[in-house]
Design a protein around this ligand. Structure first.
Ligand code: FRU
Length: 450
């Protein structure tokens, strides 16, 4: 019998044991992909933020490495919060937020700290490099975090999340010549964002792509109902004024569980935290909480962010579908390509009354996890959230291309470049799949992840 304590996603990053949130420090160093993450090794809820660490040759098989950062030094005694990594002078550098608590009082502080490593495994802390004193006048010293560093010409740049003392989220740009001493450049939007606070910004110079997560943005219809959401912006950054001009924008993922994505500077690939603040985690009983999304290749097409999963697969089944199809899949990938799709219903991870469903209604994709297995309770109180529903707009096109990535506890749906990601907790042997389609032509493929 399978040891229930060992139940884990098979190719998604977790902390092994304990709690994880945001991916941090995505970087290619000495030929390997490195991913760090917010990690509490002592329990399955948020606390004592460490940096956990895994590395991989192929973005699919991950090797667990020792904890990279543990809180304790000046400026970060209560947590090593999110941040990023960069390779410089043959070394791996981590720029991260140091957190000092003062029982929530005025002197609670967030500052930016630096650490370095020659082997990419053991890190030496270099202390605080951007202090609250380097915040412009009127910005809050207790909400100043998540530096994302990149190289621009002969300088290093970093964007941090921030807030004005009497306002909402902002993004601040800093520059440096040596990673040690930093200068304020500008407030990237120059006005408050929708969310009470911004978090985990990421910027890619080549694509002019800015990713930004936000805490409690006001709802816009049913476009994003999670307590926190991630947006993308495409535009231009003026390195002199620090201003960012967005020409297009959208929501990164339409599912229940996607937050704080970060990209590898070296590859157009992002990974996000596949979970959400303020939710119960049925996996607590297996000794872990939180996982990352599958890595996603990103590109900008006609000003839109397009995502596709980075997986390596071996095809097992390929069939034309005319009406109904039944199959079994628990872990793997399914691809459905349809021409002039008019009706669609897909039941996944089904067993008896348990199933997770994706359907098409009134030009919208509807994801329903109300009967997906163990209930997940969140802080959201709107009708869709309480009914276990998430919606994603459907592109109007002749061909529809759907890829679904299944792992233990997760379903990630990619349709014509948009994504909808969620965790689910069905019985471990729930693997029936039932597809019903009406289209001019439809082909179904199932693959193993290899
Ligand atoms: C986002 C976040 C970051 C912070 C980290 C703490 O999920 O709140 O802003 O650095 O988590 O773990």
């Amino acid at each position: 019998m399978k040891n229930i304590d060992a139940l884990r996603p098979t190719f998604h990053i977790t902390g092994g044991e304990g709690w994880i949130n945001d991916p941090n420090g995505l970087v290619v160093f000495k030929g390997k992909y490195h991913v760090f993450f917010q990690y509490n090794p002592y329990g399955t809820s948020f606390g004592a933020a460490h940096w956990g660490h895994v590395a991989s040759d192929d973005l699919l098989h991950w090797e667990r490495l020792p904890i990279a950062l543990a809180p304790g030094d000046d400026g970060e005694k209560d947590g090593c919060f999110s941040g990023s990594a960069i390779v410089h002078d043959g070394k791996l550098w981590l720029l991260y937020t140091g957190f000092t608590r003062n029982d929530g009082g005025e002197t609670e502080r967030q500052v930016q700290c630096l650490a370095e490593s020659s082997d990419g495994v053991r890190f030496k802390k270099r202390g605080v490099v951007i202090d609250s004193a380097q915040l412009p006048e009127g910005y809050a010293a207790n909400d100043f975090r998540d530096p994302k560093v990149w190289r621009h010409g002969d300088k290093f740049m970093c964007v941090t999340a921030a807030r004005k003392t009497d306002g909402r989220g902002r993004l601040l740009l800093y520059s440096s010549r040596d990673l040690l001493s930093w200068k304020f450049v500008g407030d990237m939007f120059g006005e408050d964002c929708r969310g009470a606070m911004t978090e985990c910004p990421d910027y890619r110079d080549g694509e002019g792509l800015l990713l930004m997560s936000e805490v409690s943005p006001p709802p816009e219809g049913n476009a994003h109902l999670n307590v926190s959401t991630t947006r993308w912006y495409v535009g231009k950054l003026d390195y002199t004024s620090g201003k960012f001009d967005a020409t297009s924008a959208g929501i990164c993922d339409y599912g229940f569980d996607f937050y704080a994505p970060q990209s590898f500077a070296e590859r157009p690939v992002i990974i996000a935290w596949m979970n959400m603040w303020g939710r119960s985690n049925p996996s607590d009983k297996y000794g872990f909480a939180g996982m990352m999304t599958v890595p996603r290749r990103i590109e900008i097409v006609d000003g839109e962010l397009i995502q596709s999963p980075v997986i390596s697969v071996r095809e097992v089944v390929r069939k034309r579908v005319n009406g109904e199809l039944k199959d079994n899949v628990k872990i793997g990938a399914v691809n459905i390509v349809a021409k002039n799709l008019s009706e669609f219903r897909l039941q996944m991870r089904k067993k008896g009354d348990i199933c997770t469903e994706l359907s098409l209604a009134d030009g919208e994709w509807i994801f329903d996890r109300s009967s997906s297995g163990e209930p997940i309770v969140g802080d959201e109180k709107d009708a869709d959230s309480l009914a276990g529903i998430r919606r994603m707009p459907k592109r109007r096109s002749v061909n529809t291309d759907i890829t679904i990535v299944f792992d233990e506890f997760s379903i990630e749906i990619f349709i014509d470049g948009k994504s909808l990601s969620s965790v689910v907790y069905p019985p471990t042997d729930a693997d029936e799949l039932a597809l019903s389609v009406k289209a001019d032509a439809c082909e179904y493929t199932r693959s193993e992840i290899v």
